[in-house]
Design a protein around this ligand. Structure first.
Ligand code: SAM
Length: 228
């Protein structure tokens, strides 16, 4: 049984021919996709030995060795230069790590039609990377599972550079438009915790750093208040 989170990620990766899942851990995502579509080919990339072995085992157990190639290595290094990939998925990591994997592997992204990214935290780092590298966000999703809130960001190459506002980078240009109850819950929660930090900062001794931190928190609180 796939988690609700990975099921959502999978829904945006379905319908293509070749999927690469980076940081695949047990390779649950490529296994799920390949069991549903026997014409699909997938690559499961893993940097760490333990999860790499788990991926190999899961693929063997699912009898998907002909469809899924499990490769050990960091980020997009597991992909060969010029190798055809339709969709790249990176899920369950922090936004800055996802952005750095994309950045270090930029040369492997040529020809990739879609990125399906699921940052656990700091999704603005992912959107910033998308904006800076000629992609545009075509879909976004937000869901709650086991008391955690997850975002899914789907991006495709764009001829024109798309400019997102700071609020769109943080909250998500599409998520902002829909403002589901989970979205509102997430940002109410963030706002409350920023306000708590702000109170602590205000209690501290005056310093340039603390004043900057205070200004940054006030700006972010205002951003969320205006958007909700
Ligand atoms: N993608 C799965 C999911 O969403 O459930 C697994 C998420 S797990 C929390 C993150 C996985 O990414 C770990 O198995 C870790 O070993 C792997 N990982 C971290 N950095 C990586 C990198 N630079 N390249 C490939 N895999 C990486």
């Amino acid at each position: 049984q796939l988690s609700h989170r990975l099921e959502r990620v999978a829904s945006y990766a379905a319908g293509f021919h070749i999927v690469a899942d980076i940081g695949s851990d047990h390779a649950y995502l490529p296994c799920y996709l390949c069991l549903k579509d026997d014409s699909l080919k997938a690559i499961a990339g893993e940097i760490n030995e333990g999860p790499y072995q788990s991926a190999l085992k899961q693929v063997r157990l699912s009898q998907l060795e002909d469809q899924i190639d499990v490769r050990k290595g960091s980020g997009l290094n597991v992909l060969h230069q010029g190798e055809e990939i339709d969709v790249l998925t990176i899920a369950g990591m922090g936004g800055p790590l996802i952005a750095s994997i994309l950045d270090e592997g930029k040369d492997k992204l040529m020809g990739v039609k879609r990125l399906v990214l699921q940052p656990n935290v700091a999704s603005h780092a992912v959107r910033q990377w998308i904006m800076d590298h000629h992609y545009r966000i075509v879909a976004e999703d937000i869901l709650e599972e086991d008391e955690k809130i997850y975002e899914v960001i789907v991006a495709e190459p764009s001829e024109a550079k798309v400019a997102y506002t700071e609020t769109e980078l943080w909250l998500g240009p599409i998520l902002m438009q829909h403002q589901t109850s989970v979205f509102k819950k997430k940002w109410e929660h963030e706002k409350t915790s920023w306000k708590r930090v702000l109170k602590q900062v205000q209690l501290g001794n005056k310093s340039v750093e603390l004043e900057e931190k205070q200004a940054d928190l006030n700006r972010k609180i205002k951003m969320v208040e205006e958007a909700l």
